[in-house]
Design a protein around this ligand. Structure first.
Ligand code: C2E
Ligand code: MG
Ligand code: MG
Length: 292
């Protein structure tokens, strides 16, 4: 009964679900993943991959998003959508998120030491991590220890992460911003929240969710939504980035609607730091050419 209730909650509540034996299997798998995840950090099984963010005006790489990967010794690479919910549910997200932030700052520093043009580094922060009372002091300490210039850090938060507890969220965001950190709303348009928060929260950038970008040139409703999001962003003086650009057609449509920045497989998939550096140095040498 408990398993069926959890499945019903997962499906968005206000529904019913009949118990099935596959739930037991799923629970066993989840429990075993949760057990393994406890040791993932100390066993060095986590790593970050990096995906470039491109400014459209001059086809310049201006940032990277750090994306977490788990190399499970038995199951291979496990995508974040599979293990982040487990990390959130078990509270492990606090230590994992801290490691992500620290590792991304250290990586930024290593790239700086190569005397390359500095990149903004975007770091995902989960809702539970964001609400944790220690987030600000832990990030502040990591910034001091790694000596990263905070103006290059951008935190990616979802609408639901900041909506849950208004007052506390505004305070935390203001404190982070006072350090010089930038703030972006990830997956914008998918969070069922009111638009009024956009003017109340100290936000720098909107990330247009990839579901609206997908095949935008052929889906009028997607185009209408993206056009509206970009108009809101411009009207409020926010920066915009469209994520999940896979094709030249999508890129051209996004360019036409004047999003300043883009990110997606068309330019590069998220790759390990060394691989990203090779790509970046090639791009710097030859200027980024967008495939036609
Ligand atoms: P997100 O932050 O919205 O990241 C974008 C996701 O879209 C990434 O998936 C990226 O690989 C994928 N993507 C980028 N360009 C394209 C494209 O052109 N086409 C398609 N189909 N996909 C594209 P990934 O790496 O599997 O991450 C999934 C989600 O997991 C992230 O969504 C984020 O919510 C979460 N996540 C990843 N790393 C972290 C982390 O360090 N901390 C937290 N809290 N969450 C993370
Ligand atoms: Mg993100
Ligand atoms: Mg996103």
């Amino acid at each position: 009964a408990d398993a069926a209730m959890y499945e019903a909650k997962k499906q968005g509540r206000n529904t019913y679900v009949m118990y099935s034996e596959t739930f037991d299997q799923q629970i066993i798998e989840q429990d075993s993943l949760k057990e393994d995840l406890k040791f993932a950090l100390q066993r060095n099984e986590l790593s970050l991959h990096y995906q470039p963010q491109i400014e459209l005006e001059n086809n310049k790489v201006i940032g990277v998003e750090a994306l977490l990967r788990w190399h499970h010794p038995r199951l291979g690479l496990i995508p974040p959508v599979k293990f982040i919910p487990i990390a959130e549910e078990s509270g492990l997200i606090i230590s994992i998120g801290e490691w992500v932030f620290s590792e991304a700052c250290k990586q930024h520093k290593r790239w700086q030491e190569l005397s390359l043009p500095p990149l903004r580094i975007a770091i995902n922060v989960s809702a539970i991590q964001f609400r944790h009372h220690d987030l600000y002091s832990s990030f502040k300490k990591i910034i001091e220890d790694t000596e990263i210039d905070p103006q290059y850090i951008e935190l990616e938060l979802t609408e639901s992460a900041i909506m849950a507890n208004h007052q506390q969220a505004v305070e935390t965001l203001n404190k982070l911003r006072a350090l010089g950190i930038k703030l972006a709303i990830d997956d914008f348009g998918t969070g069922h929240s009111s638009l009024s928060y956009l003017s109340r929260f100290p936000i720098d950038r909107i990330k247009i969710d990839q579901s609206f970008v997908r095949n935008i040139q052929n889906i009028p409703s997607n185009e209408a939504i993206v056009r509206a999001i970009i108009a809101i962003g411009h009207g409020l003086g926010l920066e915009l980035i469209a994520e999940g650009i896979e094709t030249v057609e999508e890129l051209e449509c996004i360019r036409h609607h004047q999003s300043q920045e883009v990110q997606g497989f068309l330019f590069s998939k998220p790759v390990p730091a060394t691989e990203f550096m090779v790509w970046y140095q090639q791009v710097l040498g030859s200027k980024l050419t967008i495939p036609a």
